[in-house]
Write a protein that binds this ligand. Sequence first.
Ligand code: NAD
Length: 286
Amino acid sequence: MPSPHPYLVGLVGTGVGPSLTPALHMAEGRAHGLDYVYRTLDLDALGLPPGRVGDLLQWARTLGYDALNITHPCKQLVLEHLDDIEDTARELGAVNTVLFRDGKAFGHNTDITGFAHGFGEGLPGADTGRVVLLGAGGAGTAVAAALLRLGAGHLTVVDLDPDRATALAADLAARHPLAHIDASSFDKLAVLLPEADGVVHATPTGMAQHPGIAFDPALLHPRMWVADIVYRPLDTALLRAARQAGCRTLDGGHMAVHQAVDAFALITGISPDAGRMSAHFRKLVG
Ligand code: NAD
């Protein structure tokens, strides 16, 4: 029987060609009996500067796309081209999923929900009383919002660029008056980590092209959990060091899969099988 609605979805960003997200969505769509096509729309390949993301949105809508995922460097640039934005995504000022419905464009952020759901899945019951977030870039900003949604009591943001950390902490503190949110410098990690219940690593260090660990792993201790959002590779040097130190760990695959799980649910209205998508993702990365 033909699918009631053939889905057409795209991923907009630079260098999105090797993304695993299209394969994840399409396999899950097939498993639900859907006609589901997911294409990458690489700005570099299209010869478009990021500032033309509004044009791309308009073309996609005209060509019958149901939705777009938006990634670097357009998550902020896309905001002004949307008709409505889900509250947390608006507060954060970043959108990674756009739904086209009834001639309008609606923005969501499944990086936030994806980290939160992945955290609950991979580190159930983990204490979020005192958390250090390393990396205040695009991904770190979404992770910070997720940590606060998860009930983080004291969140300290650290970045090599201290102004970035300070700006993110100030922005979050203004919106979350009940939480204690501050910024600190890289050289204070020796004081911060021994006191922390957990640390989230959200810098590019540890990716295949940026090997290494962003901080001294001797600062890890068995009372803390360690979450890495780098997922290529899944088993980073940080996670190996953390396991050796006796920490509970969470790899970046959880966030990557759950941002796709949540986007698929928004686009289709169908709850995907997160376990199946995770197994597929791990096979693709592995
Ligand atoms: P970004 O360039 O926007 O931000 C990175 C930040 O890290 C910058 O503010 C930079 O100053 C800081 N930084 C770099 N090295 C540092 C160090 N040694 N110590 C402290 N701060 C440091 O990058 P991004 O988009 O936020 O991505 C960061 C990482 O997250 C990448 O590896 C990316 O692949 C990964 N990521 C994972 C997911 C997922 O779903 N798991 C989603 C998005 C991004």
